[in-house]
Design a binder for this molecule. Structure first.
Ligand code: C2E
Ligand code: CA
Ligand code: CA
Length: 712
């Protein structure tokens, strides 16, 4: 744009045009001229002049009409128009203003006066333009910042507000023509927040302290928005408040983002429950309140039994489904907790997910510490019905550890640690149960941790060894096989029982490796005995329920058999009755595959697992092993004895071989023989022995029978 202003002179008198041009060029303008109204309109559109000097009396369109027409053109509304009139009467001046003139000058004009007048008009027009521009950019800035401002003149009660204030309050009106009032402003504030905003501003007026508040605004659409409201009061010399100026900023999006961040850092995304972070905050809070009110509180740590197994077999998606359902059921449990009373502002119960398969329940304001028991029992009841995953029922139990606030710890970490110790104690008691924390548990927990550390190294340090317990045919009194039983020779603890470390290995995910080692070692032993001229010795190997849930069990067994060259027909795989029944469908399917591969199969610890006969028929098994518990009481004519006898009869009915475990005495043996039991295993014949000693025993027995046979 040219910085020299352009003036358009419109006059039908050529002499006047020339004179005017001279005067304006003196004033520093460039000049264009036009002789008629129409020419003026054309020139305006072509040149967009910065100022127009317009004669009134012209042929055709007169000055007033031209002025009015100019105002309607694009860009014509704000251009300064100076009307040159010879008619020095009030009426034509009024007509000129009506037509949109900015100012007027009477003819004949003085060149100096005209040039001053033009210069003044140009300056004023520029100032107005700049002001408008500034106002627009302020409005623009307010729009971008979602910030509005208002001013309330207390002495005149005049209230003005910016466009953006209107918009934020949801007022659909022109801020230039609509008068707002303080009351009107208040009426747009959310009902609940209105009294505090009003009293806040009134207090600012009374005290002079600025007013600051985040509150909600009720939009006509029904939405609510959140604003940050700030106001300051101006005072006159004497001290009376004269006006209040305020800003109001829409912070809805910011609040939403904050809420999102708060949610992400305090809640678990899978279950929407509070996470560890929030749980810890709540416990800390509860500890403080508890001291003040002398009430009782407790933490329940709920750990799902063998959840890892479910995750491994059904996949993480099903695992997630179950965890979500779990959260629902637990929520239901804690919501109906009548054992806790609601107190002031504090939630009496917080259910959270610590991570993985661990949930915690924080109970506060218990009337008695024992009330935690009720909740623990309700949790167990809530799990009674099977879960559904992948269209099949899954039974889930939980072990619960309980720690009391204050008594079992003064801070979150101690409380959680102790609740965990109690939870492990519950697991050790056979799971699906709850335990209150006691001091001795920490010792047990430390013990368990150190055992776990050692167990992780046991394989690579070759601390495992297999012992073999002979299985004897009851009539021919011959060793018909051996059961491989793992032993852990701990460098410091000595021999650790499999009853101790197998469940631990199952839990910490080591059973797979150990199980494969056992199977490989047993296969290698069978091949070695063959090579030593012992023939093919039948070896029974125990499979853990956890191994049975692993998808690759059959493959890994197949690989080991191939690599070692063992004979599956002389290998027996044992699965306990309870694990076989826990997920019978799966067990039957795997047994069938193993059967096809040629293995013998047996059900271990029979009598303890509540088999249904219908299911038992579907298992392609060869042998039932009567649990030691029933054999123990055989000679005492107890209920157990009756069961042992019934099992033998039933097994024979199903054409299965029966082996009695844990036979220790001659009377036990005699009864078993009378009842037609096929084989026995137990200290009566032999303890489990190292490989070389079993080998010796087999050789000795054969030699004896070879010697005895001719005599018989
Ligand atoms: P199980 O499979 O029922 O093994 C029989 C247990 O009874 C063995 O205990 C054995 O030493 C013991 N026993 C044998 N005869 C008698 C007797 O006359 N009287 C008494 N009181 N006990 C007798 P062990 O070796 O301590 O094994 C305990 C359990 O550990 C086994 O029970 C089995 O469930 C598990 N286990 C042992 N080895 C393995 C293994 O390699 N893999 C897996 N998954 N589990 C194993
Ligand atoms: Ca066994
Ligand atoms: Ca057994």
């Amino acid at each position: 744009m040219n910085s020299t202003p352009l003036a358009l002179i419109v006059d039908d008198d050529i002499t006047l045009r020339v004179l005017a041009r001279e005067a304006l060029e003196q004033a520093g303008c460039r000049v264009e001229d036009a002789a008629t109204g129409q020419e003026a309109l054309d020139a305006f559109q072509r040149e967009t002049p910065d100022i127009i000097l317009l004669d009134v009396v012209m042929p055709g369109m007169d000055g007033f009409a031209t002025c009015a027409a100019l105002r309607k053109l694009s860009g014509g509304a704000s251009v300064p128009i100076l009307i040159m009139t010879g008619l020095d009467d009030v009426k034509s001046i009024a007509t000129a203003y009506d037509a949109g003139a900015t100012d007027f000058v009477t003819k004949p004009w003085n060149a100096l006066v005209l040039s001053h007048r033009v210069r003044y008009m140009l300056r004023a027009s520029q100032a107005v333009e700049e002001l408008l521009e500034r106002e627009m950019s302020l409005a623009e800035a307010q729009r971008i910042a979602r910030l509005g401002n208002w001013k309330w003149n207390l002495s005149t009660n005049r209230f003005i507000a910016s466009t953006q204030t209107f918009r934020i309050l949801g007022i659909n009106a022109d801020p230039y023509s609509t008068a707002l009032s303080f009351e009107e402003l208040l009426s747009h504030i959310h009902e609940t927040d209105r009294p505090t905003v009003e009293s806040g501003i009134r207090q600012a007026i009374a005290t002079g302290a600025p007013f600051r508040q985040d509150h909600r605004v009720q939009m006509p659409t029904g939405d609510t928005r959140v604003v940050h409201h700030y106001a300051e009061v101006a005072f006159e010399q004497g001290g009376a408040a004269t006006s209040v100026v305020g800003t109001i900023q829409d912070i809805t999006d910011q609040k939403k983002a904050e809420a999102q961040i708060h949610f992400l850092s305090n809640y678990d995304r899978l279950t929407q429950l509070p996470n560890r972070q929030l749980f810890q905050d709540r416990v800390t809070q509860a500890l403080i309140t508890q001291k003040r009110h002398e009430t009782q509180g407790a933490i329940l740590l709920v750990n799902l039994d063998r959840f890892q197994r479910i995750n491994d077999t059904l996949g993480p998606k099903c695992g997630d489904t179950i965890l979500r359902e779990m959260a629902e059921r637990l929520l239901h449990c804690v919501r109906q907790s009548d054992s806790v009373s609601r107190h002031d502002d504090q939630e009496p119960v917080t259910l959270s997910r610590l991570g993985g398969d661990e949930f915690t329940i924080l109970l506060t304001h218990l009337s008695s510490a024992q009330n935690a028991t009720k909740v623990a029992q309700r949790v167990q009841e809530a799990l009674a019905a099977p879960f559904e995953a992948d269209n099949r029922p899954v039974v889930i139990t939980a072990s619960i550890g309980i720690a009391l606030l204050g008594q079992d710890g003064e801070d979150v970490d101690t409380l959680l640690r102790n609740a965990e110790a109690a939870m492990h104690a519950a697991q050790d008691q056979g799971r699906n149960t709850y335990q209150y924390y006691s001091q001795s548990m920490n010792v047990a927990l430390a013990e368990r941790l150190s055992l776990e550390t050692d167990l992780r190294q046991a394989l690579e340090r070759s601390e495992f060894v297999l012992h073999y317990q002979p299985q004897v045919d009851i009539r021919r009194w011959e060793i018909v096989g051996v059961e491989a039983l793992i032993r852990w020779q701990h460098p410091v603890r000595g021999m650790v029982s499999p009853m101790t470390f197998i469940p631990l290995a199952e839990e910490v995910g080591l059973i797979d490796h150990i199980g494969q080692w056992v199977f490989r070692t047993a296969c290698a032993q069978q091949v070695a005995w063959g090579a030593y001229g012992l023939g093919e010795v039948s070896i029974a190997v125990n499979l853990s329920g956890v191994q049975f849930q692993q998808a690759n069990l059959v493959d890994s067994i197949r690989t080991i058999v191939r690599e070692t060259g063992a004979n599956p027909a002389r290998l027996e795989l044992e699965l306990t009755e309870s694990t076989a029944m826990q997920d019978a469908e799966n067990a039957v399917a795997i047994f069938q595959q193993l059967k096809t591969m040629g293995f013998s199969l047996s059900i271990d610890d029979f009598g303890t697992g509540y088999s249904s006969l219908a299911y038992l028929k579907r298992f392609p098994i060869d042998t039932i092993k009567i649990d030691r518990a029933f054999v123990k009481d055989l000679a005492s004519e107890s209920e157990h004895a009756a069961i042992a006898i019934a099992i033998i009869a039933m097994a024979h009915g199903l054409k299965l071989r029966v082996l009695a475990e844990g036979v220790e005495t001659q009377p036990q043996l005699d009864i078993l023989r009378d009842q037609g039991c096929d084989a026995i295993q137990g200290y009566f014949f032999s303890h489990p022995l190292p490989a070389d000693r079993v080998e010796q025993l087999i050789r000795d027995l054969r030699a004896k029978s070879d010697y005895e046979r001719p005599a018989a």
